[in-house]
Design a protein around this ligand. Structure first.
Ligand SMILES: Cc1cc2nc3c(=O)[nH]c(=O)nc-3n(C[C@H](O)[C@H](O)[C@H](O)COP(=O)(O)O)c2cc1C
Ligand code: SF4
Length: 582
């Protein structure tokens, strides 16, 4: 299947989709296409240029006919494999081969942490890559074999649901939640949601009924519902599985929200890495239209008109932040807005908008059918219901686990065979690094809050390498809007690189911690506010990991001053002792 032809109907009018089509066709965005595209879409050329430069899947110069991006995540990445493939193909990472046949590079986590090593090739996902496979893969590239003729199993994505509970066990029939809601009315739907105490599953845990209520109350003629399926936090892949198995219930959740707030249009913002899901998601939407679960006068309710379009991201983690996501939907760079005002009053195109995570909307559909108390009966005082967790790393059974909120980390580790871990990163790089001594802590908003990412690190893992990986991730994904994050995250990366290379001193460690706290405090959005969490947590919980690497001297500069003067010495024909720094 040619995936470029599977873009959603009507999707060709969104700038991101048009740029993706150009990128697919020409392996880059040809300069002469930019002005005509801008004029056709009625956008300033400067806006189109800015968007091209912002998203990592668009390029100004040609990539290879086969463009391969290896994940660099600690769970689904393997850069040793990347280098091996580069050697087989005779390419340098990041540089397109001279004949234009192939390019190989790295990218942030691709959401396949339960089935790595993973990579994208021309936007399609390769899973379970191994060293044994690489010669055959290189041969197919050298022969110019189209991807459709490659072994299908190389592209297979498993769901790996290991533990199902409230939501994953319950098979709803098409339209069940929506029918129950329209029978009871919008007020009752909101009352059930309030009773459930459902909190958003995207990380921040905002009360969902309150969010819907605020949006409903905002004065406007037009309101929107957005499902946030950007899922870019390394180690998270539950939304991928929910959209594979339960897309209809997620879309129903969006329709329920529309019913409650009075919206007529919704968007699913799907991360570009999950492009392979598009055809089946479009098919689900088509079935729902046929069943009158979307469209006009839904379920014969006069005036209940609602439909959903899918917009595909293009490789920018920051677009998961809800206001950056709205900017991206508006065909702009994904730069987080100044808040307040919040999306519930000033969202998409300035209109009241609910942005909710995939799992939140799935839970809403179940609550509409079973009632708020059914949900409230599970979990803890401040965290009702269950949490769907993406478990990856050093354990026997990585995959999807659904548990009631409040279980201990220890219980989860026993379930997935990760008891021997020395540490677990809960909530992805922006979350909390938990040491063995803390495995009794509870997964819940009142203790260890998580959007769902659980990354397990066994005794053999170098935790400094893990934290360095996370810090590189944040520096790479910073959108550059505010100075503390734009400047601070690369500086933090530089400190960690220096310490990891054995050149760090106690002074560097102290400066890094001081800077980390400043970046946390002063950054504009959640990315910068959490970017230093991993390195600060490591410092607090595993101080020996730093101490073992430090030089026993007060200070060493970031660069070798004496070596930097070598050219001057050559030019002046001097190499005596005084021409050197002691
Ligand atoms: C850098 C960053 C990335 C985020 N990525 C996601 C994401 O991929 N999915 C998501 O649902 N929320 C993400 N969020 C949180 C959203 O801003 C927002 O809180 C969430 O979509 C609200 O939905 P909920 O109330 O259902 O959780 C992210 C936040 C930040 C700061
Ligand atoms: S904190 Fe970072 S990602 Fe957020 S707005 Fe500032 S530069 Fe952008």
């Amino acid at each position: 299947m040619n995936i470029a032809s599977s873009l959603p109907s009507g999707g060709d009018i969104h700038l991101l989709h048009r740029l993706r089509a150009l990128q697919d066709r020409h392996q880059h965005i040809p300069p002469q296409t930019i002005a005509p595209l801008a004029s056709e879409l009625g956008l300033p050329v400067s806006q189109v240029e800015a968007v091209i430069d912002f998203y990592s899947f668009f390029h100004r110069s040609p990539r290879g006919h086969f463009d391969i991006l290896f994940s660099n995540c600690t769970s689904c990445g393997d850069l040793v494999l990347m280098q091996q493939l580069c050697d087989l193909l005779g390419v340098v990472p990041g540089v397109t081969r001279a004949d234009g046949l192939v390019s190989v590079d790295q990218t942030s986590c691709v959401g396949m942490c339960d089935q790595g090593a993973a990579a994208l090739i021309n936007g399609r996902t390769l899973t379970c890559l191994s060293a044994q496979q690489l010669p055959a893969l290189a041969a197919l590239i050298h022969a110019g074999t189209p991807l459709d003729e490659w072994p299908a199993e190389w592209f297979a994505v498993q769901d790996n649901i290991r533990q199902a509970a409230l939501l994953l066990n319950d098979t709803l029939s098409s339209g069940d939640g929506l029918r129950a809601a329209v029978q009871a009315g919008a007020e009752q739907l909101l009352a059930e949601l309030r009773q459930s105490s459902l909190r958003g599953r995207g990380g921040a845990g905002f009360n969902t009924s309150l969010k819907w209520q605020l949006c409903r109350a905002a004065p406007a003629d037009t309101r929107y519902v957005v499902c946030n399926a950007d899922e870019g936090e390394p180690g998270t892949f539950k939304d991928r599985v929910l959209l594979t198995r339960y897309a209809q219930q997620v879309f129903e959740g969006m329709a329920l929200c529309a019913y409650a707030i009075g919206a007529q249009h919704g968007f699913l913002y799907l991360r570009g890495e999950y492009r392979y899901l598009l055809p089946q998601l479009e098919a689900t939407l088509a079935e729902m239209r046929t069943a009158n679960l979307l469209g006009e006068n839904i379920l014969q309710q006069p005036g209940f008109n609602f439909d959903i379009s899918i917009v595909l991201g293009a490789g920018a983690y920051i677009c998961g932040e809800e206001s950056a996501l709205l900017e991206s939907l508006e065909q702009k760079r994904g730069v987080p807005r100044v808040r307040p005002p919040f999306p519930v009053t000033h969202g998409y195109l300035g209109q009241p908008t609910v942005v909710d995570n995939v799992e939140t909307l799935l839970a809403a559909t179940h609550i509409a059918l079973h009632g708020g108390q059914w949900f409230r009966d599970h979990g803890t005082q401040d965290s009702s219901g269950t949490k769907i967790l993406s478990v990856s790393g050093d354990c026997m059974a990585p995959g999807i686990y659904e548990f009631p909120f409040g279980i201990s980390l220890q219980t989860l580790l026993a379930a997935c065979g990760g008891q021997d871990a020395q540490a677990v990163q809960v909530g992805g790089p922006s979350g909390t690094l938990v040491s063995r001594a803390e495995f009794g802590r509870k997964l819940a908003f009142e203790d260890l809050a998580t959007g769902g990412s659980i990354m397990i690190y066994g005794a053999q893992r170098d935790l400094l390498a893990v934290v360095r990986n996370f810090t590189h991730f944040f520096a790479h994904e910073s959108c550059g809007f505010c100075t503390p994050c734009r400047v601070g995250t690369p500086l933090l990366r530089q400190y960690l690189d220096k310490i990891a290379s054995g050149h760090g001193t106690a002074y560097d460690r102290e400066e890094m911690a001081r800077l980390g706290k400043l970046v946390k405090r002063r950054s504009h959005c959640g990315l910068g506010q959490t970017a230093a969490n991993p390195l600060l947590d490591l410092l607090e919980k595993f101080p020996q990991v730093y101490a073992e690497r430090l030089l026993h001297q007060d200070y060493e500069p970031f660069f070798d001053l004496d070596a930097a003067l070598a050219t001057t010495r050559t030019l002046t024909h001097r190499d005596d002792a005084e021409a050197h720094l002691s």
